[in-house]
Design a protein around this ligand. Structure first.
Ligand code: SAM
Length: 259
């Protein structure tokens, strides 16, 4: 593999194992959408298995040198490659409203990638991605687990999550310092009456002050003239980690009602 390609700033660890690449791609259902967006295709090890006559592939890669490589060696048409930052990409600009997401994600921005996916979740019915193992565990973590936190609640509000398998660091070049894991997200029924912004804010504030009970950490969200609000609104005497995803949704709705 050519040394020229490695850019530390883009968190480039290239998967070498074709069987793992195939296994990841196979986890997509390819049902009810006709486009698959790959984040950070790199040298195209996943991309090769995505290229079928039945689906359009759209690649978003930040490193220009890799764009050149993908066009030349994988013969990907120009209009199927975007040279840019996924975190700044807006699918609405190209009128893309139903697509799957796949990627062996750059680990340094993997949480941001997830938040970007959540921003457009109504267009994204499924997603499969490789994460640092520790982050993958946090995403799928249930209530009561010590890794349960902001990522777990927010991702699980919109997606059913599944930890698929752990990936040994020796199947990458260069070898990263951490283990990896692949997880699968399948969108839940779209939540119509949920104030997504409010949910995000409440969950973030609640977990950022996780030792406080919610009555104290969320006091800015609660209208004081609804006293005794701690009796009206459920869960306020609990701490963030004691609430399930469903509890957080209910809490958000209760707060929203009284705004
Ligand atoms: N998919 C390839 C593989 O499995 O071998 C490469 C994976 S490598 C861990 C991450 C890839 O994401 C690199 O190609 C890197 O250049 C690209 N990347 C990093 N930051 C990005 C961003 N903000 N937007 C799009 N691509 C990015």
């Amino acid at each position: 593999m050519c040394k020229y390609f490695f850019q530390k700033k883009f968190d480039q660890y290239f998967l070498k194992d074709k069987n793992i690449a195939k296994k990841i791609v196979k986890c997509l259902s390819f049902k009810n959408y006709d486009t698959v967006v790959e984040i950070g295709p790199g040298l195209g090890i996943l991309t090769r298995y995505l290229l079928t006559p039945y689906h359009k592939v759209l690649l978003i890669e930040i490193d220009k040198a890799l764009i050149f490589f993908l066009k030349k060696f994988l013969e990907i048409p120009r209009d199927q490659i975007i040279h840019g930052d996924f975190l700044k990409w807006n699918p609405e600009e190209i009128n893309l409203q139903n697509f799957a997401v796949i990627g062996n994600f750059p680990y340094n921005i993997s949480s941001k990638i997830l938040f970007h996916i959540l921003k457009y979740y109504k267009y994204i019915p499924e997603c499969i991605g490789m994460f640092q193992k520790e982050v993958a565990k946090r995403i799928v973590s249930p209530k009561g687990n010590k890794t349960y936190g902001i990522l777990s609640v927010l991702v699980q509000t919109f997606y059913d999550v599944k930890y698929l398998f752990t990936v040994n660091k020796h199947v990458f070049y260069p070898i990263p310092n951490v283990q990896s894991a692949v997880i699968y997200l399948k969108r839940k029924k779209i939540k119509k009456n949920l104030n997504k912004n409010l949910l995000f804010q409440c969950v973030k504030v609640a977990f950022n002050q996780r030792r406080k009970i919610l009555k104290n950490s969320l006091h800015n969200f609660i209208k004081k003239n609804t006293i005794p609000y701690e009796y009206e609104i459920p869960f306020l005497n609990k701490r963030a980690e004691q609430l399930s995803v469903i509890d957080f949704i209910q809490l958000t709705k209760e707060i929203e009602k009284r705004k």
